[in-house]
Write a protein that binds this ligand. Structure first.
Ligand SMILES: NC(=O)c1ccc[n+]([C@@H]2O[C@H](COP(=O)([O-])OP(=O)(O)OC[C@H]3O[C@@H](n4cnc5c(N)ncnc54)[C@H](OP(=O)(O)O)[C@@H]3O)[C@@H](O)[C@H]2O)c1
Length: 329
């Protein structure tokens, strides 16, 4: 079988190679083997390959935080999935044609769910939901501000906030996406800039913004913090600028804003296995019904990993780049 391997950390399109590897073989007790049908290229995967992610395993290593697959075979004692079922894998190293994993790490995916959306179920929809749930007890009518609003997380967050009656102020870096985000349910879409706080105040009519969500870090994080009202919570969950999050003294000293961070693994670890299953079951139904959806820019065969990685890093792309390791779906 084929898998993606990096032998050195560096520019993703240069260091990621499609190599021949041993087939995973037959599943042992409590294990299953699945064929990988699709995997997305996420910012965290790019950061993993560059060697700037929090996990830096010994090399060679295989990237891949998420995927969707079809179960080929189950080992003794595996009850909750059967051969032929679609699953997502809660563990990593998914950029391969097939995987052998602990069956406990496989979450079944309902029939009728678009496979590309299923491949993107594990990380971004859950991140958007937990960002809304885990930091501020939001009530209908409350305001939330987020940057990177055109990302998959940002788009899911707009929809999930709207379902709760929570209003969103969405910060983007280009103006051609405002119409689409408004159609999803965004209350306000603004371009980032030094006067963001003044424009945010004008947009909410002076209503306090209780939760600020930042995935850029650095000065962008400071600008989000400066938009928050008294006692607001500023949550950093990404570092697209490559910097550490900044916050102004005015925000923390005068308005009592707190800065905290979010990580999906930590958010899930706080929940029972039953709650995690329920979270994914609910999100999978929303994806199946088209309530949640992440745009897809393009798909590539596994042999074209360098081209896929180049496209995934291109500015102006419209949605996710995915790889189909076993051919067209
Ligand atoms: N902490 C966690 O557990 C967790 C979980 C999931 C995701 N994340 C983070 O969430 C963020 C979004 O992930 P995603 O998969 O939803 O993203 P995505 O769909 O791949 O989209 C990337 C977005 O980032 C924007 N962007 C890229 N570089 C930027 C920069 N330097 N300044 C401003 N905007 C920039 C792009 O803007 P354009 O639309 O203008 O191109 C695009 O909207 C990433 O930082 C990711 O690492 C964190």
């Amino acid at each position: 079988m084929k898998k993606i391997e990096i032998a050195a950390y560096g520019a993703p399109e240069q260091v990621a190679r499609c190599v021949e590897a041993e087939d995973p073989g037959a599943p042992g007790p409590g294990e299953l083997v699945f064929d990988v049908l699709a995997f997305p290229i996420n910012p965290a995967d790019l950061s993993f390959i560059r060697g700037t992610y929090r996990l830096q395993p010994e090399l060679p290593a295989t990237p891949g935080a998420e995927c969707v697959g079809r179960v080929r075979e189950t080992g003794a004692g595996v009850e909750h999935v059967r051969p032929g079922d679609l699953v997502i894998n809660m563990q990593r190293e998914n950029w391969a044609q097939a995987r052998r994993i602990r069956a406990a790490d496989a979450i079944p995916v309902p029939a009728g769910l678009d496979l590309l959306q299923a491949a993107m179920l594990r990380i971004n929809p859950a991140t958007a939901q937990l960002l809304l749930e885990d930091h501020v007890d939001l009530a209908p009518g409350d305001w939330v501000i987020q940057d990177v609003a055109n990302s998959a997380v940002g788009r899911h967050l707009i929809v999930l906030a709207r379902e709760r009656g929570v209003r969103t102020l969405n910060v983007v870096r280009r103006d051609d996406v405002a119409g689409e985000l408004t159609a999803l349910g965004a209350d306000v879409v603004v371009q980032d800039g030094p006067d963001l706080a003044a424009r945010a105040r004008a947009a909410t009519g002076g209503a306090p913004i209780r939760l600020g969500i930042d995935a850029i870090s650095g000065e962008a994080c400071r600008r989000i913090g400066d938009c928050l009202g008294d006692g607001g919570v500023l949550v950093n969950y990404g570092g697209l600028s490559g910097e550490d999050p900044a916050v102004s003294r005015n925000a923390i000293n005068v308005r009592g804003v707190t800065l905290t961070g979010f990580n999906l693994g930590r958010g899930l670890a706080r929940r029972s296995a039953e709650a995690v299953r329920a979270l994914y079951a609910g999100l999978a139904l929303k994806l199946r019904d088209g309530i949640l959806s992440a745009p897809v820019d393009s798909t590539f065969p596994i042999d074209d990993i360098a081209a896929a990685l180049t496209r995934a890093q291109a500015r102006g792309r419209h949605g996710k780049v995915l790889v189909l390791p076993n051919g067209p779906l």
